[in-house]
Design a protein around this ligand. Structure first.
Ligand code: ATP
Ligand code: MG
Length: 553
């Protein structure tokens, strides 16, 4: 799609095609269905689908469903929806679980070649035997079981004759390898658990490091793109493909993980926030999940442009969340209709405006995109303005409403604050103003100037609406700080990440639908929330405010 700039993976693929090592490209996006996708996955999606697309290749969507305890059909469905929503079409839809029989047979082949054995060590013992980066590991006392015994035990593992955790199948590689991943890694474990796809057919499940290379080889994946934490696993990946005598040999290439400031980006942590009620489900607009970003109001274009801009490097620095917001503004600037909404209303009575009269004023829908046309907004004797647009005792350079000051109402008239009405507690509850008929917007009036322009809505026609304003979910922290003080990320959850206010919108918005997007004058871009919006009352999620300190280099 959009992302065409050169990068090291593109260079490798180009060379492979030119040298004749490959004559086509097949990639895959291989999520484990143990949670909803997040924006980090979007990076992997854009890279995998984007690159294959550029080389007229194919991309499979493959569910890496080898751990039934954590996986669920709900996640499978949400992942499909999110990939499609981002604008990608997979070629084949695959499940690792479709290959369980073949994986089992390959494991039997390894046993027959003397390259795998059944081990009875406990998980604890295995960790001890494994050694450290500076010390070689120790061989398990079960390492030299005969091929016959191993074949028999592995078959019994499959038949369900052993308890969870009592036996594993391990590769026989090298307990002294400087690469810990090659110290006889586990290939299969016993787990008496029902699988969302295969039901109770299996009670042994393959480990990621064994399953993944086989899945890639079976599907004829040419370039298996993953994140850099798998770099040290690459020798094992290649060992599995070679020793299992797979006909096709995929190549693993690693790129940097995407991290974004002020949020968490791991399904495990996201699930914790959801399960423990910190947020309103996986699609809470504060989460960096694809479904959360969608509900907040991000478009697929904004997300793809953002991923395109950060590029495909090996490094995995933390990207400022302001950069993601920048792309939301850029994308919505031309698309989103302009409108006015008052979030925290203060009533204004225009004392010299005739009672009972209503004017319908013309306002452009999007000054950046005149083709979007105009809208009508009513104006009458009573309007609402924003509470924070009035100050009784303003500081210098305050150009909004205060006693005696005149301001412009966007698309309407100049009004002047004449009187302040308070309740018994001294709270300002109403302003009395006068308007000047000569100053009507569009009339060409040049008699005098005012410095402040305020948004407003007509009080008799306004529609009540709820606005949801967001702040970052996670307060600024240093990763090390988090660990040393024995705290977890939950200690840094921002308690003020959501503010809900009740205000008013223009009457021409009475038919807004879920996911419609608007720019509210001076407040930013908002999306109609699909979950909380009702017939009576629309709910608007703020996507981003209008201003940002962020500048693209
Ligand atoms: P998580 O820790 O969030 O669960 P994961 O890597 O375990 O992530 P998978 O479902 O295995 O999640 O990921 C599918 C693909 O997405 C993998 O190829 C993985 O490398 C990639 N991916 C996951 N997180 C990121 C990220 N933050 N940046 C880039 N790619 C990512
Ligand atoms: Mg994972």
């Amino acid at each position: 799609m959009e992302q065409h700039s050169s990068n090291f993976i593109r260079t490798i693929i180009t060379e492979d095609l030119e040298s004749g090592k490959r004559d086509h490209v097949i990639t895959r996006f291989p999520p484990e269905p143990n949670g909803y996708l997040h924006i980090g996955h979007a990076k992997s999606i854009v890279i995998n689908f984007g690159l294959a697309d550029d080389f007229n290749g194919k991309t499979n969507l493959r569910f890496d469903d080898t751990n039934p305890l954590k996986e669920d059909q709900e996640y499978v469905d949400s992942i499909k929806e999110d990939v499609e929503w981002l604008g990608y079409e997979w070629d084949d839809l695959r499940y690792a679980s479709d290959y369980f029989e073949e994986m089992y047979n390959r494991a039997v082949l390894l046993i027959k070649k003397g390259k795998a054995y059944v081990d009875d060590l406990t998980a604890e013992e295995m960790r001890e035997y494994r050694g450290t980066l500076t010390e070689p590991g120790k061989e398990s006392p079960y390492r030299n079981r005969s091929i016959e015994e191993n074949l028999d035990l592995f078959e019994k593992m499959r038949k369900g004759e052993f308890e969870n955790g009592s036996k594993v199948l391990r590769a026989k590689i090298d307990m002294a390898s400087p690469n810990l991943n090659l110290r006889d890694p586990a290939l299969y474990r016993v787990s008496h658990a029902s699988h969302h796809n295969t039901g109770d057919k299996w009670c042994i499940y393959p480990m990621y490091d064994f399953a993944h290379p086989l899945e890639d080889a079976i599907e004829g994946i040419t370039h298996s793109l993953c994140t850099t934490e798998f770099e040290d696993h690459r020798p094992l990946y290649e060992w599995v493909v070679r020793e299992c005598e797979m006909e096709h040999q995929p190549q693993q290439i690693e790129f940097g993980r995407l991290n974004i400031s002020n949020t968490v980006m791991s399904k495990r942590k996201l699930k914790q926030l959801v399960d423990e009620g910190f947020v309103d489900g996986w699609d809470d607009p504060r989460l960096p999940t694809i479904s959360g970003l969608r509900r907040k109001g991000y478009t697929p274009e904004a997300i793809r442009d953002f991923i395109g801009e950060i590029g495909v490097s090996k490094g995995s620095g933390v990207v400022d969340s302001a950069m993601l917001e920048h792309f939301a503004r850029e994308d919505l600037k031309m698309k989103a209709p302009r409108t006015m909404g008052v979030l925290k209303p203060l009533k204004v009575v225009i004392t010299n405006y005739p009672e009972g009269e209503v004017e319908w004023l013309d306002a452009e829908i999007n000054p950046e995109n005149p083709e979007m046309g105009t809208r009508k907004i009513p104006f009458s004797r009573e309007i609402y303005v924003e509470q924070e647009d009035f100050m009784e005792n303003p500081p210098k350079k305050y150009f909004r409403l205060f006693p005696g000051n005149e301001v412009r109402l966007k698309h309407a008239y100049f009004i002047k604050c004449e009187e302040v009405i308070k309740d018994e507690n001294g709270e300002v509850i109403e302003l009395r103003c006068t308007y000047d008929q000569e100053t009507k917007s569009g009339s060409g009036f040049t008699g005098r100037k005012v410095k402040g322009t305020l948004h407003w809505v007509d009080a008799t026609h306004a529609i009540p609406a709820e606005f949801r304003l967001y702040e970052p979910l996670i307060l600024d922290t240093e990763e090390e700080e988090e660990e040393t003080e024995g705290k977890t990320f939950l200690d840094y959850v921002n308690k003020n990440s959501l503010e809900i206010v009740d205000g008013f919108i223009e009457p021409n918005m009475k038919d807004v639908k879920a996911q419609d997007k608007f720019q509210f004058f001076r407040h930013g871009y908002f999306n109609v929330d699909p979950k909380h919006t009702t017939e009576e009352k629309p709910v608007f999620n703020r996507i981003v405010s209008l201003k940002s300190s962020f500048k693209l280099k």
